[in-house]
Design a protein around this ligand. Structure first.
Ligand code: HEC
Ligand code: HEC
Length: 497
C-alpha cells in the first residue's frame, strides 16, 4: 500500500553513504562451496588473450535513471524521468500508467509507512531489501544488481547499509560485501529463501526481538546458495510469447551432436510453461512481483497475503504491525488507475510495459567486429540455447506490444549445466543442475554474472558453462578452439547487447 510522501528527510537505502569499500576483483570467491566450477571445468578457457572489455559505459540502454526519494508521482519531472523506461509507442493512457508504475517501483518501505521518506507500508518482519529498485538498479531502474564498478551509477552493495538502517540491529552476513552483488540466500536443506535481516530494533517495530538466521553456521555446513537479481527490462515480451512458439523453438535448437537437449519448466497447477527466475520457476510477471514483495521486502499482498516466517527466530511480536494483506487495491481512491491499483499491480505493469535493452557498439569496437562475434556466437552453438529472436502474440495491454519481434538470447528452457554450476536446489521441474538459459539482452551493461554472481568477467562466466554433465561442454570446446580474434569478437558482441 502506498502513502504519499509529504516531507523530505532521510534518504533511501539506495543512496546511503559508502561504508567500507572493498576492492573489486574479477572473481567473487566468497562462495566456498561453488569453487567446483573453476576446478572441474573440462577444457577450461584456453586463454588466447581475449579479454572482457567490461561493463559498457554511456547511457543506460533501458530503464529509468535512479531518482532520489521522495518521488512525487504527480510531478512532471518525475514522470519525464520515468518515461524513458517505457516501451516506445504506447497510447497516452498506457504511457502515463507506465510512468507512474515505474515511479511506484522505486517506493521505499518502512514497517507502517511512517519513517521519513520510507512511505511504503509493510516492511518485514524479515527482508532482503526495502525497495524493488534497490536490487533492480543497474544500469538503471528495472535492471540488475548495482555495484561499485558501474559506469552508470557506481554504488556499494546497498544491503550493507540496510542492515542497520533506522536502528535495525542486524549483522551483515559474510557473503554480503560492499564490492559484491546484491544477494539472496537459500538453504539447501529446505530449499527456501532465508531473508538476511529482521525489523528488530527499528522504532517502527516496538517489541519485536526477532533474530536473524545463523548464516555462519549454515555457511560452515555448506548449506547456503546465492541468487542475484535478474534484469526486468522487456519482461512483458517474454511473458507474451505463445507456448507453441517456445516448444517449436526448443525443438529446432536441440542438437544431439552438440549434446544440447533442454526442457521447459511447467506450472504444477495449470501445466503451462513457467518463464521467470534463474530456474524459470515462476509463471508470470505478476506472480513474481507479488512473491518478490513478500519474500524480498516482507510486504504481504494480494498474491501472497500472509507474513513470512522463513527461518528467522523469535518472530512473536513482529508479525502484526499492520492489517493483512499490507498491500491491497486502494478501493477508496478517486485518483488515477495507478493510484487505485495495488503496489504489486504497479510493479508488474512497470515490467510489462518496459522497453528492452538497446544494443550499442562498445567504445572502440566496430560494427564489423560485432557482426563477426554474433556470427561466431551462432557457429559455435551458443545460440542453440541463447535463442536470438522470439516473437510475442497480440497484447491486450497496448497495440504497440502486438506481435513484437525481440532479441532475448534465451530459449526460456532449462538446461543441465553440470556439477560446477549446480546449486542443489529443485524448483518445479528444474533440478539442482538445471537453469534457465540466462537471457543475454542487456548483458553489455551488467556487472555480475551467473545465478550466484560469482564473477564479473565474461570469460569466467563462459568457462563456468563447462563441467561434468553440462549440456554446454561441446559448445565451450568449440569456443575454446576459436582464434583469439574470434573469441574477442564474441566478447565484444556480448558487451554490445
Ligand atoms: C533484495 C534484492 C531484491 C529486491 C528488493 C527485489 N528483487 Fe526481484 N529479484 C531478486 C533476485 C535475487 C531475483 C532472482 C531470484 C531467483 O530466480 O531465484 C529476482 C528476480 C525478479 C524477477 C524475475 C525476472 C526474470 O525474468 O527472471 C522479477 C519479475 C522481480 N525480481 C521483480 C521484483 C519486484 C517487483 C520487486 C519489488 C517488490 C523486487 N523484484 C525486489 C532480488 C530482488
Ligand atoms: C546448454 C545451453 C547453453 C549454451 C550452449 C550456452 N549457454 Fe550461456 N548460459 C546458459 C545457462 C543455463 C546460463 C545460466 C547459468 C547459471 O547462472 O548458473 C547461461 C549463462 C550465460 C552467461 C551469464 C549471463 C548472466 O545473466 O549472468 C553468459 C555471458 C553466457 N551464458 C554466454 C554464453 C556464450 C558466449 C555461449 C557460447 C560460447 C553460451 N553461453 C552457451 C545456457 C547455455
Amino acid at each position: 500500500m502506498r502513502k504519499r510522501a509529504a516531507a523530505s528527510g532521510a534518504i533511501g537505502a539506495m543512496v546511503l553513504p559508502i561504508i567500507g569499500l572493498g576492492c573489486m576483483g574479477g572473481v567473487e570467491s566468497s562462495d566456498n562451496q561453488e569453487t567446483a566450477a573453476t576446478t572441474t571445468v573440462q577444457g577450461a578457457l584456453t586463454s588466447k588473450g581475449a579479454t572482457d572489455p567490461g561493463p559498457r559505459p554511456g547511457p543506460a540502454g533501458a530503464g529509468a535513471p535512479v531518482t532520489p526519494q521522495p518521488i512525487n508521482a504527480d510531478s512532471a519531472s518525475a514522470q519525464a524521468a520515468a518515461a524513458v523506461a517505457c516501451f516506445p509507442g504506447l497510447s497516452s493512457t498506457m504511457q502515463k500508467l507506465c510512468e507512474q508504475a515505474v515511479i511506484r517501483f522505486q517506493e521505499t518501505d518502512s514497517v507502517s509507512g511512517t519513517v521519513g521518506t520510507e512511505s511504503g507500508v509493510g516492511l518485514g518482519p524479515t527482508f532482503n531489501g526495502n525497495n524493488c529498485a534497490m536490487c533492480h538498479a543497474q544500469p538503471a531502474v528495472l535492471g540488475t544488481s548495482p555495484g561499485l564498478n558501474s559506469p552508470q551509477n557506481s554504488v556499494p552493495n546497498p544491503q550493507v547499509a540496510l542492515a542497520t538502517l533506522d536502528g535495525a540491529r542486524n549483522t551483515v552476513p559474510s557473503f554480503i560485501t560492499a564490492a559484491g552483488p546484491v544477494r539472496e540466500a537459500r538453504f539447501k536443506t529446505d530449499g527456501g529463501v532465508h531473508d538476511l535481516y529482521t525489523i528488530a530494533g527499528r522504532p517502527d517495530a516496538p517489541g519485536c526481538n526477532a533474530t536473524q538466521p545463523n548464516f555462519s553456521a549454515a555457511l560452515a555446513a555448506n548449506n547456503v546458495i546465492f541468487r542475484i537479481p535478474t534484469p526486468l527490462f522487456g519482461g512483458g515480451l517474454i511473458e507474451n510469447v505463445p507456448e507453441m512458439e517456445l516448444e517449436a523453438n526448443l525443438q529446432t535448437s536441440t542438437n544431439s551432436s552438440l549434446g544440447i537437449a533442454g526442457t521447459l519448466n511447467r506450472s504444477g497447477n495449470d501445466g503451462t510453461i513457467t518463464r521467470f527466475g534463474w530456474k524459470a520457476q515462476n509463471k508470470s510477471v505478476t506472480i513474481f512481483a507479488s512473491e518478490a514483495y513478500n519474500v524480498e521486502q516482507g510486504v504481504s499482498n494480494l498474491g501472497f497475503p500472509n507474513e513470512r516466517e522463513d527461518g528467522a527466530s523469535n518472530l512473536q511480536g513482529c508479525m502484526s504491525f499492520n492489517a493483512t494483506p499490507e498491500d491491497n487495491t486502494n478501493f477508496s481512491s478517486t485518483g488515477t488507475a495507478s493510484d487505485v491499483s495495488s503496489d504489486v499491480l504497479n510493479f508488474a505493469l512497470a515490467i510489462q510495459l518496459s522497453k528492452p535493452a538497446t544494443p550499442t557498439l562498445p567504445p572502440g569496437v566496430s560494427q564489423n567486429t560485432v557482426t563477426q562475434g554474433s556470427n561466431q556466437f551462432v557457429n559455435v552453438g551458443c545460440a542453440n540455447c541463447h535463442t536470438p529472436t522470439l516473437t510475442t502474440a497480440a497484447s491486450s495491454f497496448d497495440p504497440a506490444l502486438n506481435d513484437v519481434t525481440f532479441h532475448p538470447y534465451s530459449d526460456i528452457a532449462l538446461h543441465n549445466m553440470g556439477t560446477g554450476l549446480s546449486d542443489g536446489i529443485t524448483q518445479g521441474n528444474a533440478g539442482p543442475q538445471q537453469f534457465r538459459t540466462a537471457p543475454l539482452w542487456g548483458v553489455g551493461q551488467r556487472l555480475f554474472f551467473l545465478h550466484d554472481g560469482r564473477t564479473s568477467d565474461l570469460t569466467v562466466a563462459i568457462a563456468a558453462h563447462a563441467s561434468s554433465g553440462s549440456e554446454a561442454n561441446a559448445v565451450i570446446n568449440n569456443f575454446n578452439s576459436l582464434s583469439e580474434s574470434d573469441q574477442q569478437a564474441v566478447l565484444d558482441f556480448l558487451r554490445s547487447l
